[in-house]
Design a protein around this ligand. Structure first.
Ligand code: ADP
Length: 585
């Protein structure tokens, strides 16, 4: 499944809004460009007049000198005006693009997590990179050039019509060719470009997956299969490129012909018209010069049409991200207490395959609950529902009477947080990483949070302390350190309820015990639901919940369950008998 792509209407609305918002700047660009183009039109007119005067024998040295001075002046004026027109239009392009990029970033950040998981990163990545690049090209250069060349072309045609309307008609000779060729091309290229961009997303996805999973691929000897996948993605990419290249190789020659035809015809028809007394030599010269001046802008217009095609396809993919429906609609109700209740919770990732079959859990505030059970029994899924990352397919998870998915996310996170073993260290300073949870936190608070999770030692060893750059390109933190950073974020976020999904599993047992003891102090008074792989976590909990095949099969204190002699007792005895845990507790 790919992320949505905006349709024509949504796209027109977006572009309409952008134009409306920048209409003043747009008007300034057009006015400047009209003036510049007018200055550029004087040349052929003056030369035409001069030719006619010479033909009549009425041109003396003074007239020629005057014409030359005027010519040079108009060229200088045109250059100055063009400079300001370009500057204004480029500035406009940059502003519009910056707006677009900010809007896009906002919509990407607002994407529901489940959508990102399903759509895969390739699609999103290609939209944030190559699609943004194509749009940048259009907005920064395409739109400004389009304005400039459009205005120039129209004014040039008008000027020719003023010189000699009949002969100016010949300028239209290439239009049918241009029109038909462009139409033929546009009809086919839209789908072609869409396919080309999608194929790029696929390629990025496969290559990224190969790089990330390199050691797995080596270990399982999957190189051949992976190579086939890459080859296939490359082949699709090549075919898509090949197709649009084929289209261009027809369209370009037709366009060139359409542009040259008027130049040749003006001279031919002009010659005949001079013979018939319908035009002067000067008029023919002027219009021939105009027709040549027209070729540049028109050719540029037509080429930009092509790139704009790519750009609008890319824009449709970017605007499409905004159309992902929100997975929740926050209401006005606010929790009356911190009591978390899961009632008859069922959940399916795919229609028809339920992985949770009616689970109930109601921790009393301050309770420590451990969830244990075999892998695949639904513990992590339940943890996601308990923290409101997804809504149950049926049943309810409420906090103080309000469904979790009806709370705005920032507010939800201040009350209920999930810590998993996938911890990401963002590129930036250590302080930046911690302030993600609490933007206003003081340095002393950051240091205290790190101390609580047992990171004071390595913090001291960092060259610039909190201001050390971490993440890729900076100091690389070990998985255990990354996990401590994540836990320190939690200390700062200070939620009443925490779901720890194997949160300490990457830390070696001794360190984990130390960390857990440190955490114990922080967790004092909070509700903690720990999805436990180490059973000593379960032994220390107030209540142990055993899950199997998407159901809770046993619940009670450690001692009760051991005495019961059921599934937990079996797990405990097996673990206690064999585990190499030091008996230090
Ligand atoms: P546990 O945490 O106990 O190991 P999980 O909650 O991860 O169990 O998985 C429960 C069931 O849901 C398993 O059958 C697993 O295959 C399935 N499952 C987990 N994540 C997904 C997903 N993203 N899409 C589809 N099925 C999933």
């Amino acid at each position: 499944m790919l992320l949505p792509i905006a349709d024509g209407r949504a796209l027109r609305t977006t572009i309409g809004h952008l134009i409306a918002r920048h209409r003043l700047e747009l008007a300034a660009v057009v006015v400047l460009q009209v003036l510049a183009a007018l200055a550029g039109l004087a040349g052929p007119l003056i030369i035409g007049r001069l030719i006619d005067a010479m033909t009549r024998g009425a041109a003396d040295a003074a007239t020629v000198d005057l014409a030359l001075v005027i010519l040079v002046t108009t060229v200088v004026v045109q250059a100055i005006l063009t400079r300001f027109a370009q500057l204004t239009s480029l500035r406009l392009g940059e502003t519009v693009f910056a707006r677009l990029r900010e809007r896009f970033l906002e919509s990407v950040l607002a994407l529901p997590l489940s959508t990102v998981e399903i759509a895969g990163t390739g699609d999103l990545l290609s939209r944030t990179t190559s699609d943004i690049d194509s749009v940048a090209q259009i907005v920064r250069f395409g739109v400004p050039r389009l304005l400039i060349t459009g205005v120039t072309a129209i004014l040039t045609a008008l000027a020719a019509a003023l010189v000699n309307p009949l002969l100016a008609l010949v300028l239209l000779a290439g239009s049918p060719l241009l029109w038909a060729g462009t139409r033929w091309y546009m009809k086919r290229s839209k789908a072609g470009y869409r396919r080309q961009l999608a194929s790029y997303g696929r390629l990025v996805g496969v290559v990224g997956e190969t790089v990330e999973g390199a050691s797995t691929i080596d270990a399982l000897d999957l190189a051949a299969a992976q190579r086939r996948k890459i080859d296939e993605a490359l082949r699709e990419r090549r075919n898509a490129e090949w197709y649009t290249l084929g289209l261009r190789s027809v369209w370009y020659p037709v366009t060139t012909l359409g542009l040259l035809l008027p130049v040749v015809l003006v001279l031919l028809v002009g010659g005949i018209m001079i013979g018939g007394g319908l035009a002067t030599a000067g008029q023919v010269a002027a219009i021939a010069l105009y027709s040549m001046q027209l070729a540049g802008p028109v050719e540029e217009l037509v080429t930009w049409m092509d790139r704009i095609q790519v750009g609008t396809t890319a824009l449709a993919r970017i605007v499409g991200v905004e159309q992902v429906p929100a997975d929740r609609e926050p209401g006005d109700a606010r929790p009356q207490s911190d009591r978390l209740v899961a009632e008859d919770v069922r959940f399916s990732y795919r229609d028809g395959t339920e992985v949770l079959h009616g689970v109930d859990l109601a921790p009393t505030p301050g309770e420590r609950i451990a969830i244990v059970g075999p892998s695949g029994s639904g513990k992590s899924t339940f943890g996601r529902l308990l923290t409101g990352i997804a809504a149950p397919t049926s049943g309810r998870v409420t906090l103080g009477g309000v469904e979790l998915t009806r709370l705005p996310i920032p507010e939800l996170r201040e009350r209920v947080a999930l810590v998993t073993q996938e911890q990401h260290v963002f590129v930036g300073t250590l302080a930046d990483n911690l302030r993600l949870a609490a933007p206003q936190a003081l340095e002393t608070e950051l240091i205290e949070a790190l101390r609580v999770v047992g990171a004071a030692g390595w913090l001291r060893a960092l060259p610039q302390g909190l201001n050390t750059r971490v993440g890729s390109g900076g100091v690389v933190l070990t998985p255990a350190q990354a996990q401590q950073v994540a836990l320190a974020r939690l200390v700062l976020l200070d939620p009443q309820t925490l779901v720890l999904d194997e949160a300490t599993s990457l830390i070696d047992p001794r360190a984990a015990r130390g960390l857990e003891r440190a955490l114990d102090r922080v967790l004092e008074g909070r509700t903690v639901i720990a999805i436990a792989h180490r059973l000593h976590t379960a032994r220390d909990a107030d209540r142990v919940v055993v899950m199997r095949d998407g159901r809770i099969t046993e619940a009670g204190s450690h001692d009760e369950l051991v005495a019961l002699g059921g599934e937990y007792a079996g797990l405990w005895n097996a673990w206690h008998g064999t585990a190499g845990e030091p008996p230090t507790h």
